[in-house]
Design a protein. Structure first.
Lengths: 227, 115
């Protein structure tokens, strides 16, 4: 690699680039440290959620009682007919929509359109909060039907513990995300980042966290609700 | 590249947004139409990986990141496959010993005729 290529900042693609990134005397990932650290945090979070889902798989395979049928447990009666998983489907669409508004917010952030970034992030936070609200409704419904972490009237006792642990931990992530979004959104609006170099990379970092929350829900939806 | 960050046309996001809606609708239909067995499980997995792929590649911009980051972040989760294999092996072993000693499986939903 010639001096000219190095100094111009153009990096080699592919595996040659990987060797370059890791062996040159500079930081490995060509991005703000906050973004690299968010990726590493999300990687560690992936392992936490995987542990929950794998333990759920393990107890579902080996429980002595038959596993409750999620399609029936999570059915909701609307307009006199029982629709399977309807609330979960609505929650899924709400989270995807919030991911869309977040992607727009990141884009507007890079265009330094503070007003649009603010409102798109607020919209994302509102959608996230409504998701948590529906989850609270779901929990209330199941608890009133007698579902507990140590047993339930539908079948295997482990159903309750898996449900509350997995959806609870995910709901906690969404709640934390809503607070995170609002903090960053208001800082975008009040010009905090203008005073600190006018860099809106933070919007993308917040976005990474939010998309990850949506990503985890994709796996929970597939393995816990649909399987 | 690091200076101007991740800037892409808005149409990309609208497309992926729409596709995620469509694929989510399909995965909901898997339950609504009451597909069972291998067909159900394979459809659930296909739709799940399509959605996860779109979110990571486009919304999280992984498609446009350098290979170093792709390998550093997407490589380690492969280890989870080993955990999945070990734990399913363990779970099936417990199930098998039960069938062997008690002569009854709980994998299939029990019908009143059994009692």
């Amino acid at each position: 690699m010639s001096e000219a290529v190095l100094s111009s900042g153009a990096e080699a693609p592919g595996t040659k680039g990987v060797a370059d990134d890791f062996s040159r005397d500079k930081q490995v990932f060509g991005m703000p440290w906050g973004k690299a650290m968010m990726w590493i945090f999300l990687l560690s979070d992936t392992f936490i959620f995987s542990c929950f889902l794998v333990s759920y798989m393990s107890v579902r395979i080996s429980s002595t009682d038959p596993w409750p049928i999620p399609s029936e447990v999570f059915a909701l009666t609307l307009f006199g007919t029982s629709i399977p998983l309807v609330l979960i489907a609505i929650m899924t669409f709400i989270l995807i929509t919030s991911s869309g508004t977040m992607a727009m917010a990141v884009n507007m952030g890079y265009r330094k359109d503070r007003n649009k970034t603010f409102w798109l992030m607020v919209a994302t936070a509102i959608l996230g909060a409504s998701f948590v609200g529906m989850q609270a409704f779901e929990w209330t419904k199941l608890i009133s039907e007698g579902v507990r972490p140590w047993g339930n009237p539908f079948g295997a006792a482990q159903f309750g513990s898996s449900f509350f642990m997995i959806t609870g931990f995910h709901g906690l992530h969404v709640s934390a995300g809503v607070i995170y979004l609002l903090v960053v959104a208001f800082r975008v609006k009040n010009g905090f980042y203008e005073k600190h170099g006018g860099n809106y990379e933070i919007v993308e970092i917040t976005g990474l966290y939010w998309h990850f929350v949506d990503l985890v829900w994709v796996f929970i939806f597939a393995f816990f609700y649909l399987w | 590249m690091a200076e101007d960050g991740q800037q892409h046309p808005l149409s990309v996001y609208f497309w992926i947004w729409g596709l995620l809606f469509v694929v989510s609708f399909f995965s909901y239909m898997v339950d609504y139409m009451q597909f069972q067995g291998a067909l159900r499980w394979s459809l659930i997995l296909i739709f799940m990986f399509v959605k996860a792929g779109f979110i990571i590649a486009i919304f999280m911009h992984m498609k446009w990141e350098r290979l170093s980051l792709k390998l550093a972040i997407l490589g380690p989760p492969v280890a989870i496959l080993v955990l999945i294999w070990l734990m399913s092996y363990e779970g099936l072993y417990i199930e098998e010993t039960r069938v062997e000693y008690y002569g009854e499986s709980t994998m299939e939903p029990q019908t009143p005729a059994h009692h």
